[in-house]
Design a protein around this ligand. Structure first.
Ligand SMILES: Nc1ncnc2c1ncn2[C@@H]1O[C@H](COP(=O)(O)OP(=O)(O)OP(=O)(O)O)[C@@H](O)[C@H]1O
Length: 265
């Protein structure tokens, strides 16, 4: 654990043409925390994450990752493991081949590669299935495979963009159990976006609610609920902050979410 925050965003703005996707965002995530970034569709979560991961340039404001300005792209990339919303596993390869591919992409030295691939597969509970083609994996297994890919470089900051979307409750908890275990064993900082309030409540130490490019509320789930009044749920806090109806289109309909396994086939 260190006093330098894992992530510090100051006065962050990003526009696509006229559209302000991120509109004055300040955020600090202490090292070692599991931090949830929540918000309705279009709130600016993915844009923020893409700037933190150096995939989008910081045009206004500043981001430091463990004290390093993200303008130093390669130095920052070495600190980060990223599981994007889009599929990053190749269905034609086995689980082990997929992880090995990432090990080569991340320049894991040849001598250490085999051991690190096995360790990553073990960390996500895929050792037994490592020689099966990924197209035969369930949605939860694919998400765990993508987690193994992101872990291969032993990142200090793991960023997961909607890691459980489209998964059934059993698969969702299997993904989260692995994230928790990895965090316990490595002390890694985890930044996750999710639409699932129950997951945020159960697994995130602190939460930021984002709406229209800004952070509208920040705290532990208990603090946020208490702030709204006795008996409030995180759903209530979310509605109060965003003015959106969770079941009225503000939140993505999970039925239309990607079916990870099917898309691999
Ligand atoms: N490549 C792009 N070109 C133009 N506008 C974009 C682009 N990417 C995002 N936007 C717009 O920026 C805003 C923020 O989008 P962003 O994807 O960051 O939101 P989000 O909170 O991640 O939403 P979701 O939960 O749907 O992933 C939205 O209005 C979106 O339409």
């Amino acid at each position: 654990m260190t006093d330098v925050p894992a992530v510090r965003c100051t006065g962050l703005r990003y526009s696509f043409g006229e559209k302000a996707a991120v509109d004055g965002l300040d955020l600090e995530i202490p090292a070692g925390e599991v931090f949830g970034l929540l918000g309705p569709n279009g709130a600016g979560k993915t844009t923020t994450i893409r700037m933190i991961t150096t995939l989008l340039p910081v045009t206004h404001g500043k981001i430091d990752v463990f004290g390093i300005d993200v303008h130093r792209r390669m130095a920052v990339r070495r600190l980060i493991g990223y599981v994007p919303q889009q599929l990053s596993a190749d269905g034609t390869l086995t689980g082990r081949e997929n992880v090995n591919l990432f090990a080569r992409l991340f320049d894991v030295p040849r001598r250490q590669r085999k051991e690190q691939v096995e360790r990553a597969l073990d960390a996500v509970g895929l050792t037994q299935d490592a020689d099966r083609q990924a197209s035969g994996y369930s949605g939860g297994m694919i998400r765990r495979l993508e987690l193994a890919q992101a872990l291969i470089s032993s990142p200090r900051l793991l960023i997961l963009d909607e890691p459980t979307i489209g998964l059934d409750p059993v698969a969702r908890s299997s993904v989260w159990e692995r994230i928790e275990q990895i965090r316990r064993e490595t002390g890694m900082t985890v930044l996750v976006t999710t639409h699932y309030m129950d997951e945020a409540e159960q697994y995130c130490e602190r939460i930021a609610l984002m709406h229209r490019g800004r952070i509208r509320a920040l705290g532990t789930p208990a603090e946020l609920e208490a702030g709204l009044g006795a008996g409030s749920t995180l759903d209530d806090v979310f509605r109060a902050m965003t003015g959106d109806q969770l079941d009225g289109g503000g939140i993505r309909d999970v039925r239309s979410a990607r079916r990870t396994a099917r898309r691999l086939g």
